[in-house]
Design a protein. Structure first.
Length: 225
């Protein structure tokens, strides 16, 4: 049951990260194309700037996630290796340390000791890594998966403002892109709040305001150029 709950939490975290990545793609690309649209109505220029922003943003997100998660993975491996040494040098002390964790969680001292002994007889390293460190030594985080997920989610989000600024008529492209982006941000705010169990209205308002402010500022900058 606990394993199933952990798997479900991992899936929700991945989905939530995907929604937030798409949100970044929407805001970043919308800021670029709206800003350029403030300076020029040339469709080719908008195409090049939007595409460049999409590619650069996706690679930046993917690279950032790869570096961050790789560091996390290295840290997890390091603490697990340190735990191996402690188990080798002071096994009885580690049994007591694990028992103390269960005592703090509300079990009796006798039961905590029994649980610790049984778990460590089965898998001493796994029992300690999970309860004490919050790490599964058989399933480290995957930096490639995180990088690919970030790149894909950012790209999906970026496509919306990118296509909007190109497909709408020249005289209406800024207004319609602005509206389309705000609707999309309201949706990502709603979904991220729902997945996180947070109040939906503040998340939606916050998302929409940040997006509107971003586009208003970049459009103003484009007009001033």
């Amino acid at each position: 049951m606990e394993h199933a709950a952990n798997r479900m939490n991992q899936r929700l975290n991945v989905l939530r990260a995907g929604v937030l990545g798409a949100n970044d793609g929407i805001v970043s690309t919308a800021g670029i194309v709206i800003g350029v649209a403030g300076a020029t109505t040339n469709t080719t220029t908008l195409l090049i700037s939007g595409l460049a922003g999409l590619v650069a943003g996706a690679l930046s997100m993917g690279g950032g996630e790869f570096v961050s998660v790789s560091t996390q993975k290295d840290t997890e491996k390091a603490v697990v290796e340190a735990e191996k040494i402690r188990l080798r040098d002071d096994y009885d002390g580690e049994v007591q340390e694990l028992a103390q964790i269960y005592i703090k969680n509300g079990l009796s001292e006798e039961l905590s000791r029994k649980v610790a002994v049984e778990l460590m007889n089965k898998d001493a390293l796994g029992a300690h890594a999970t309860a004490e460190l919050g790490v599964n030594p058989n399933e480290y985080v995957n930096p490639w998966y995180a990088a690919l997920s970030s790149m894909i989610s950012f790209t999906i989000g970026a496509i919306l403002p990118f296509l909007s600024i190109l497909l709408f008529p020249e005289s209406e492209r800024v207004l319609f892109t602005f509206i389309t982006v705000l609707i999309a941000l309201a949706m990502t705010g709603f979904v991220s709040a729902k997945l996180g169990g947070a109040p939906k209205r503040p998340a939606i308002i916050r998302n929409v305001l940040v997006g509107a402010l971003t586009m208003a500022i970049t459009y103003t900058v484009g007009n001033l150029v």
